[in-house]
Design a protein around this ligand. Structure first.
Ligand code: GAP
Length: 504
């Protein structure tokens, strides 16, 4: 049985081998933390986006879409706070010349202590019947010591981050004895702030060219279009604006495959509400978004909320939906109650009123905002890593199968003539031509049928449709299900209806 690190490596290798994800610019040795989606990856990614768009825009009569430009007026990023505060604290090791995020070094150190706690608990769980974890945490001296260490580091660390205490962060790294994983030394530079936005020039490079930024989030495109959409869409509070698009961050520590990328895609929705009603809507969106995830059939124990105790200065509530990735529970989506911060800032910087006129109370005000924000790529990784499975069959053989939710799978079915003769390919082609009008379908007549089934299992196709001699006689085909490998016969005329039913 593979450990989590090996499993993650297998998942990355599988994604490449089966045309899901390739390192960007691979023939030039790649570009760090940038990836390309291959022939199957682009389908899965599009299906994720469509699933989100439908649930937001199609199923809500008070949410509309937007596709704003990546380039925006540079003052927007001043108003939003990104120019001054969208920073990560970085530190260099003088011997290896490697650069790290100071906060990540400390978080990794905390994680190591937490791993020790987990190990102690796991050992005790195996040793004692009727094991009570809560009681064990309260009474076992070693576990209590580890827990106190974690709590102490966390409290001091949070205070330093809040106060932008860079000297304190360096002192903490030294105190904890954190060494560079490459050189093994503790020879650190001072901690400095590093802005994550990519800057470029608009217009000629000669005098007068303006510095502009590649957007680090899609949300600001929504805020600056609030008035346009409110007026032209004749929207009434509460209403939402949804957007899917690229975002760019010059991440210092880019790792864990597509979990943290420098170029990625976000699906964000800003929900504008009457001031005072935001916490009610915050709870609504927390539950609605969790439901969106579990509706895919991925068991609920893979998700948990992480409510933020320390809030950004503009938020009055924030929570992450965390997912159990192969490397542990990590943020998948954020739900934030952002008050009237963004619209008020843009009012101030643009000099334009960004108000809603409430006909009931006959007053104008800046609406409050509840945001839901999820990375497409992170969602991809969640679905893909959960779907990946290597199983041993009854006859002792093994198969690799991607148990993707049927509605997200790149191909819904594969049409496979049993042999390349007796008119079976012609019937197969006819079935393919019919099904392709409603679904993404593959046609494959190469190799033995068993190998073709395995190929479809590996890319996650939920149904294989086999055309055999009986098809010529009675117009039925064999349908083979990916997950159970169960097989049954169906008339060709019922295939579209059956697939539609399964998709829902
Ligand atoms: N507008 C709010 C916002 O951007 P965030 O927590 O910085 O909030 C939201 O990002 C989501 O975007 C995250 O939950 C994650 O899914 C995704 N995300 C953020 N940075 C990412 C990166 N470097 N690579 C991939 N996905 C990222």
């Amino acid at each position: 049985m593979a450990n989590n690190e090996d499993l993650f490596k297998q998942i990355i290798a599988h994604a490449k081998e089966y045309g899901y994800i390739f390192p960007s610019s691979e023939i030039y040795d790649g570009l760090s933390a940038v990836y390309d989606y291959g022939q199957n990856g682009v389908e899965l990614k599009n299906n994720i986006k469509q699933y989100w768009w439908k649930s937001m825009v199609q199923y809500h009569d008070n949410i509309v879409g937007l596709d704003s430009a990546i380039f925006m007026h540079p003052t927007i990023w001043k108003a939003s706070g990104h120019v001054d505060a969208f920073n990560d604290p970085l530190i260099d090791n003088k011997d290896s010349k490697k650069r790290y995020r100071a906060d990540v070094l400390i978080e990794d150190h905390i994680q190591k202590i937490e791993d020790k706690i987990d190990k102690e608990i796991e050992k005790a769980r195996k040793r004692f019947n009727n094991f009570d974890e809560v009681l064990y945490r309260q009474t076992n001296t070693r576990v209590m010591q580890y827990q106190m260490q974690v709590e102490d580091i966390r409290t001091r660390f949070a205070e330093m981050m809040n106060n932008n205490d860079l000297a304190g962060l360096k002192a903490l790294i030294e105190e904890l004895g954190i060494a560079c994983p490459i050189s093994g030394t503790r020879n650190w530079t001072d901690v400095r702030q590093f802005n994550l936005m990519f800057a470029t020039k608009l217009g000629s490079v000669a005098d007068g060219a303006d510095t502009i930024y590649l957007r680090p989030e899609t949300a600001q495109g929504i805020f600056v279009n609030f008035l346009n959409i409110y007026k032209t869409g004749r929207m009434k509070l509460p209403f939402g604006i949804a957007q899917i698009g690229k975002a760019f961050r010059n991440e210092i520590v880019a790792r864990q495959f597509i979990f943290r990328m420098r170029e990625f895609e976000q699906m964000e929705m800003q929900f504008f509400v009457k001031p005072g009603e935001e916490l009610k809507w915050f709870d609504y969106w927390k539950q609605t978004r969790l439901q969106w995830h579990t509706d895919l059939g991925i068991p609920a124990e893979n998700y948990r909320f992480h409510d933020h105790e320390k809030l950004a200065h503009y938020a009055n509530a924030a929570s992450d939906i965390e997912f159990k990735f192969p490397f542990g529970f990590k943020e998948l989506e954020g739900i934030h109650s952002r008050t009237d911060f963004d619209l008020s800032q843009h009012e101030q910087y643009s000099g334009k009123k960004l108000r809603y006129f409430d006909a009931e109370s006959n007053e104008s005000y800046v609406p409050y905002v509840v945001e839901t924000s999820i990375g497409v790529d992170r969602m991809f990784l969640a679905v893909f890593s959960h779907a990946y499975c290597e199983e041993t069959l009854e006859d002792g053989s093994t198969r690799t199968v991607l148990r993707l939710p049927a509605k997200l799978a790149p191909f819904k079915a594969a049409v496979l003539p049993l042999v390349k003769k007796d008119g079976l390919p012609e019937i197969g082609r006819e079935i393919f031509d019919t099904l392709k009008k409603d679904f993404m379908v593959q046609y494959d007549e190469k190799d033995a049928i068993g190998r073709r089934y395995r190929r479809q299992d590996a890319i996650g196709t939920p149904f294989c449709i086999t055309v055999d001699n009986q098809t010529r006689e009675d117009g039925t085909v064999t349908v083979r299900e990916r997950d159970t490998m169960a097989q049954y016969r169906l008339p060709v005329s019922e295939l579209t209806g059956e697939l539609l039913k399964k998709m829902r």
